[in-house]
Write a protein that binds this ligand. Sequence first.
Ligand SMILES: [Zn+2]
Length: 231
Amino acid sequence: MGMVGEFPGLASLRRRVVRAPVNPLDKSTVVSIYPRRIDEVKHTIQPGRFIVEPGSYDKPSILVVGPSSWWREIDEEQPLLEIPVSSIQIAESIVRDYSNGLLACNMGDSMPGLFFLPGAVSLEMIKKDFKSMLDAALVKQRKWFAELVRIGDILWARSNGNPWSISELTRLAAQELNIKDKDWLKDFTTIEKVRCKACGAMRDPNYPVCQVCKNIDDPEMAKKMNLSFAS
Ligand SMILES: [Zn+2]
């Protein structure tokens, strides 16, 4: 039974295409110890949506993929030519396309904890026969997380403590590394920062003086707190 779909690239053609039967033995497995859900959509191939649930070192998540296809037009008359893409290429591209371009990811020793294996591999087999790959993924992912945290510190300092300078991914990285002592990890939903009128840095509205430029940004509060300042 082939899968029915549309050639996705050229909407004007709207030609329906039928996939040739796929090789049931062509399977590959994407393995994830990455704590986020991956939802990769590739518009040029079919099937073209790949979801890898969040995983961890103790409980990796797996996605078994088969081959996909894309279609090449020969001319107006002939049916589109189906070009199969093997499962291992699909698995490789899921890992690469998701990871590539992420901040501080080098696709080598600093990257999300993702890898792929030929064949449909069960979780039990991965834990037993591919433990070294799980270990390697953990090392790479931890190194990447540490790098994200290091960059987070830099962005935090450069932006004078602007909570918007820290991405959700960086917060996740700190959480995964069990780092808790960062100023940028504070709950900014409860401390809404305000901008210093003198220098533009973000400051805690519970204190009248800007930490960065020492401007008395809230003279009313300073008076109330009975603070005196050397001029
Ligand atoms: Zn200031």
